[in-house]
Design a protein around this ligand. Structure first.
Ligand SMILES: O=C(O)CCC(=O)C(=O)O
Length: 255
């Protein structure tokens, strides 16, 4: 613990998000190769999960998840060292990894409707997540946009499990540029959204999520629950790609 300064912890407590700079150039280069490793994995039932979307460039990977059982580098990055220490600082107690994913947002990739993560994360009320930017993340390529000081409770939702339109319109959205290797931490009730990637380059990001270990080590239970709910689901009524337990992703299905 105590990887963060008091003013950094205060910023997170007050706003619900915090931008940190913890990786060296060589760390970042290595993490980029790990993300490329995952993207090259085949679709193998019963292991990691890949999801695809249809873009103007054709079918593209949009997300991979359940990665750490199959990648030693990612496992040690996300379950030890500064990542686990910062998550513990922000939770105020020992953290444990709850889930992990890569959102690729390749050229033409879709964005995410305004939402809080908490309704999509069963078993526990409060988590802390972060976006580890693999590529520079800007408004052009669909960076995260967050709302300050709205992480105390779950806000009214629409049928998609996203934040109700009237509430979205009443809030002030801050777009947060994150340079490649930068890490943007956010609470699971911090409202966030992102636009599509209108640029000519990918906007990849790795997202680990942590919970307090005192509430249980629930990573296996999370993936079991998610797969069970997906197996029962008949797909989204709006016909878009289902990557989450809420319907935040705006990607079109590959037909
Ligand atoms: O990667 C993004 O643009 C947004 C990700 C997000 O909000 C999510 O995966 O819940």
């Amino acid at each position: 613990m105590n990887q963060l300064t008091q003013s950094e912890t205060d910023h997170f407590q007050q706003t619900g998000w915090l931008l940190t700079d913890i990786f060296s150039e060589s760390n970042i280069a290595e993490i980029k190769t790990w993300v490329a490793d995952v993207a090259s994995w085949p679709d193998t039932p019963g292991q990691w999960l890949h999801y695809r979307e249809l873009t103007a460039e054709g079918p593209q990977l949009c997300r991979s998840e359940n990665l750490i059982p199959y990648h030693e580098g990612l496992r040690s990055l996300l379950t030890a060292g500064p990542m686990l220490a910062i998550a513990s600082d922000l939770l105020g107690q020992q953290a444990v990894l709850y889930k992990e994913k890569i959102n690729y947002k390749l050229v033409g990739g879709a964005g995410y409707a305004p939402h809080q993560d908490a309704p999509a994360y069963p078993f526990i009320d409060s988590h802390v997540s972060c976006m580890i930017a693999i590529d520079d993340s800007t408004i052009d390529n669909g960076c995260l946009e967050v709302v300050d000081a709205q992480h105390a409770s779950v806000l009214p939702m629409n049928d998609a499990g996203c934040i109700a339109e009237a509430v979205v319109a009443s809030m002030h959205w801050n777009s947060v540029d994150v340079p490649a290797g930068g890490v943007l931490w956010f609470h699971s009730k911090t409202p966030h959204r992102s636009g599509p990637n209108h640029s000519a380059n990918p906007r990849r990001a790795l997202y680990p999520t942590y919970n307090a270990l005192s509430e249980g080590d629930l990573r296996d239970a999370y993936y079991r629950e998610k797969l069970a709910r997906f197996a029962q689901s008949e797909g989204r009524e709006d016909g878009l790609v289902q990557v989450s337990l809420i319907n935040d992703f705006q990607g079109r299905p590959v037909v």
